[in-house]
Design a protein around this ligand. Structure first.
Ligand code: NAD
Length: 354
């Protein structure tokens, strides 16, 4: 029987090339005039350019965003926002910076404008993952959804090729799992299929023309659609497993998604034949799991957990943690099944078409 909850969300999205120029007027639209600009240390220069564009609307910069939104870092940023009487945060960067922006804005009840520079998709979800004492917890609330997103394709031109691939496959994973979510709707199916086409078409096009903006626009558009899938429906085995591997074993977020996705798809395929058929058609391959694995290999993305720093000694513990949580997934989750999946992912075994 069909069953779902739909929360209509109001978020303003500005998409294009050179759109960062709109950041001041967009802040004005939010009636905010005292912004705290956030970034990671690696994007501090970009943050200071943004501060320049904001002029007197920017009251401080905090460039200490790190992965997994540790509460200690959030508290430092909240202190800066309080001391400077900020009425908005402007987060420029990937999912780590957006996470910090969500944590600060939702704690203080102030406006949140995001300028994403990767394909993570966090900017369009009302979800926040935070770490405290080494444990990552996730919560969802309407006030976590940022008010405005400015997508500027030009900002993705500095992404190294390897990050473009892993970040785009991270986005692809949102769309893949949306297609077999138990609360999927016709609307989320359409978003997911369009996202898959844009992401899978965009990557080879980008490799063929690294200097051009068209493929980058396609990828960023796909990331936006995929992020909306992530925000709209529940994710399954793949996301829970990556959450465990990233949160507990500190593996890099997007690269972990890139390795695990084909294996999680192969695990779920026997119980998700409709979704796998739609994905195979959208990526123009005979089968979805092996097709995604081939695509990643062709694009020189990571294909084994071993190569991204996971230790085989941690397989049992990771399987235990991933099997301990209860969540909807098309195929029944067993510890033995997850252990086997992780063994294959660790070694990067080729997925045989079934
Ligand atoms: P990230 O934000 O950590 O960025 C990775 C690195 O790339 C950083 O050092 C960053 O400074 C750099 N970078 C970002 N954009 C760049 C650019 N255009 N050019 C050059 N360098 C650039 O990684 P991510 O993969 O974007 O985000 C991962 C984090 O986001 C994780 O903590 C994950 O849990 C979270 N996330 C949350 C949600 C959600 O809905 N809550 C969704 C997706 C991801």
């Amino acid at each position: 029987m069909r069953s779902f909850v739909l929360s209509a969300t109001a978020q303003r999205v500005v998409f294009g090339a050179g759109t960062i120029a709109e950041v001041g007027p967009e802040l004005d639209r939010l009636n905010a005039g005292r912004a705290l600009v956030l970034s990671t240390p690696g994007q501090a220069r970009l943050a200071s350019q943004l501060t320049g564009l904001l002029g007197s609307r920017a009251v401080a910069e905090f460039t200490g965003a790190v992965p997994h939104t540790p509460v200690e870092v959030t508290e430092q940023a909240v202190d800066v926002a309080g001391a400077r009487r900020a009425d908005a945060v402007v987060a420029i960067g990937g999912g780590s910076t957006t996470g910090l922006g969500k944590a600060v804005a939702s704690r203080l009840g102030i406006r949140h404008l995001v300028v994403p520079t990767t394909y993570a998709g966090s900017e369009v979800t009302p979800v926040l993952g935070e770490t405290s004492g080494g444990e990552k917890t996730t919560r969802s609330a309407p006030e976590i959804l940022p008010d405005t997103v400015i997508y500027d394709v030009e900002l993705t031109t500095t992404l190294p090729w390897a990050v473009s691939v892993s970040s785009a496959v991270n986005a692809l994973a949102h769309a893949v799992e949306a297609l077999y979510a138990n609360d999927a709707t016709a609307e989320t199916d359409d978003l997911a299929i369009e996202a898959i086409r844009s992401l899978v078409g965009g990557l080879p096009a980008l490799r063929a023309d690294l200097a051009g903006l068209d493929a980058r626009a396609e990828l960023l558009y796909g990331a936006w659609l995929a992020g909306r899938c992530l925000g709209a429906v529940g994710m399954g085995l793949h996301h829970k497993l990556c959450h465990t591997l990233g949160g507990t074993f500190n593996l890099p977020h997007a690269a972990t998604h890139t390795v695990v996705l084909p294996f999680a798809m192969a695990y779920n395929a026997p119980a998700a034949s409709r979704a796998m058929g739609l994905i195979a058609e959208a990526i123009e391959r005979d089968q979805a799991p092996s097709g995604v694995q081939s695509l990643v290999r062709e694009l020189d993305g990571p294909t084994s957990l071993r190569e991204i720093g996971f230790a085989s000694a941690d397989i049992d513990r990771a399987a235990e943690l991933a099997a301990a949580q209860a969540y909807p997934n098309p195929r029944e989750l067993t510890r033995a099944g997850i252990t086997q999946l992780l063994q294959h992912a660790y070694a990067g075994d080729p997925i045989r078409p079934s």
